[in-house]
Ligand binder design. Structure first.
Ligand code: FMN
Length: 344
């Protein structure tokens, strides 16, 4: 098995999962200061926002993982979007909104030449991708800048593909994980494996190091993943209540309540399956609905509903992203949580 680069291997094996929409550089810097590896999710940031965050990271002089989505944007499909709006019309009426008024564009840009230029100039220690890898020339540019490349696999086939196509280490993203599933060679949910089944098989099948993700929430979970052969763990959900996270008050409230015991995969908020705490819109429309337009187009209409509902103190239309194991969520600093996780 290949090893993590020496500078990374001597740090604690706690990688904070990049979590778009709920954190910025403050959380990442705190994790790296505690000896783990902090991550900045860039998928929902503009180029200007990324540059501002990079200035903070540069000033902190801490290692960083910059994370990007690398989906292929869908062709516009007016019919599918119309069908989606029609399904949501009763909710627009309930909230006093007009579904015909222009909606904000869905704000998830894939990794592109501009971001590749930004990254190769900044030279972060680690760059990670979700939904596969970017085009070979863009990946080559980032590798030439000396960055260590990670991407998530949800099946053994995806792990083998990532290893063959330039990933230096593979994140085994088990079914328990919160947020979007990184699946990219299949859209069949039935292929998705639990974390430990996936880690064990990827460790056996790959030469590249494997990083375990999904449902790991405390030091005992870290120890178990390492015992299975993982070189490190990537943890997201446990960081959601940390003081440095930008998790909204409604999201925090759901994470602390019994509601968090019931998470499910849903495509309603973006068009791709992602795991979150079950709320009203998921119950009423069905978590996986075939009328949802392709990723990321679904996001625009539901964001309008979300904003109106949240202004009334309701999370009925909010993506309450969380993994299956919320037991490790603590309202403490990310520095302290990272130290606890590393004490295995
Ligand atoms: N993974 C990414 O690669 N990029 C993201 O932007 C991203 N956003 C996420 C947002 C939230 C709120 C959560 C909970 C997860 C997100 N993920 C994202 C998935 C994580 O990388 C990781 O697979 C997951 O958090 C691990 O499982 P756990 O949440 O049970 O710890």
């Amino acid at each position: 098995m290949a090893l993590l680069p020496e500078w990374l291997a001597v740090r604690s094996p706690i990688f904070q999962a990049p979590m778009a929409g709920v954190q910025g550089s403050e959380l990442a810097i705190a994790v790296s200061r505690a000896g783990g590896l902090g991550a900045l999710p860039c998928a929902m940031l503009s180029a200007e926002q990324i540059e501002a965050e990079l200035l903070q990271i540069q000033a902190a002089k801490q290692p960083i993982n910059l994370n990007f989505f690398c989906h292929t944007p869908p062709e516009p499909n007016a019919e599918a979007e119309q069908q989606w709006l029609q399904l949501l019309t009763p909710y627009f009426s309930e909230l006093g909104l007009d579904p015909r008024s222009p909606l904000a564009a869905a704000n998830r840009q894939p990794f592109n030449q501009h971001t590749a230029d930004l990254v190769s100039a900044f030279k972060p220690e680690v760059v990670s991708f979700h939904f596969g890898l970017p085009a070979p020339d863009l990946l080559a540019q980032v590798k030439a800048a000396g960055c260590f490349i990670l991407s998530s696999a949800t099946t053994v086939e995806e792990g083998l593909w990532l290893q063959a196509n330039g990933a230096d280490a593979v994140i085994a993203q088990g079914l328990e994980a919160g947020g979007h599933r990184g699946m990219f060679l299949t859209d069949q949910i039935s292929t998705q494996m639990g974390s430990f089944a996936l880690v064990a098989q990827l460790v056996q099948a790959l030469d590249a190091p494997v990083i375990a993700a999904g449902g790991i929430a405390d030091a005992k979970g870290v120890k178990a993943a390492l015992a299975l052969g993982a070189s490190a763990v990537q943890i997201g959900t446990a960081y959601l209540l940390c003081t440095e996270a930008k998790t909204t008050a409604l999201h925090r409230q759901a994470l602390k309540s019994e509601q968090a015991r019931h998470t499910a995969l849903t495509n309603l908020f973006s068009g791709r399956p992602a795991r979150g705490i079950v709320n009203r819109v998921m119950r009423e429309l069905g978590c996986l609905n075939s009328k949802v337009p392709a990723f990321p187009l679904a996001g625009a209409a539901i964001t309008a509903l979300r904003q109106a509902a949240e202004a009334n103190g309701s999370s009925d239309f909010s993506p309450l992203w969380a993994g299956q194991n919320c037991s490790g969520c603590q309202a403490i600093s990310a520095f302290e949580l990272t130290k606890q996780l590393a004490d295995f």
